[in-house]
Write a protein that binds this ligand. Sequence first.
Ligand SMILES: [Zn+2]
Length: 314
Amino acid sequence: MTKERKPVAIPVYQRVEDIPVREVTVAEGNLDKTVVPLYLFSDTGVVDPVAVIDKLRAELSNRCWWLMPEWRDKGLPKEQLSVSSDRLKIEVFNFGTRLDDQEVEDFKAMASIYSQLRGEMEYTTILISDARSKNDYTGEALNGQGYPDARMIKIDPHAREKKPHRVYEVSNFLGTLIHEGAHPYVSGEHDVRILNSWTDEFGWHMSSNALLTPGGFPQSQFVDEPDRTISDYAKFNPGEDFCESVVAAIFAPERLDLGRFNFLDRELGVTGVQMGNNDGIGVVRRSGNKIILPRLSEVAYYVKIMKPIRMAQP
Ligand SMILES: [Zn+2]
């Protein structure tokens, strides 16, 4: 008797138009992450219902990468890597060339490191792009970029080139993963305490004389003692200083300014991180029709927050 092979359906992206939506009032919704707040401007209190739904769909697309045209237009990811420990789960969707063994190991190392650091790893998705883009600070090829609303990191092909990371002692790929994974600690989305104390403790200040970075991005924050930073990239702003320092604290602690190391030890527990043992990290690799695309399985709730037009910010 031969076993019949059941054909696996081709994965299909969810469409934003197919997601059921329902309005709640401020009293019903606690404005947590499951209720999307829509800020609407009107002097009469009346807004076009079509415009409301359009705005909600735009908000959902900001939060869900699979609704974003720039990713959907690439077609299906070539492979998916589900990396998990008892503390976190990261879904990697790869639109570029196939991951090599070292890159898979680097994802395991990232999961292991972030499982050992204090706090929750807020980025749960990593998308590997097939297209190069430019870093706004340096004007050079981008390694990676975080998208806090979508809890996602984008990795560009440049990060996969076999060369050392800016901070050294580590590959560009793993250094980029650790750097990007550190951004939520100082994104200021939920808790500005760490960013504020880093800014104070290491002498970052604003200047009205913004300089243009080589990439053309205005730089308005400057550090008093630039020589204490671990890389040129750390000199752009306190957030980059923090993320570069996390990479150094893990891979080259002896090269990092002691004040910064102590800060990271106090907040994240960097001295407790054990390297090289990824036994507790599980990896499931899928490709082709086995890829499981994410989807919102529930109703998208939203709450309308009306503001008069005269309050609208430019
Ligand atoms: Zn960064």
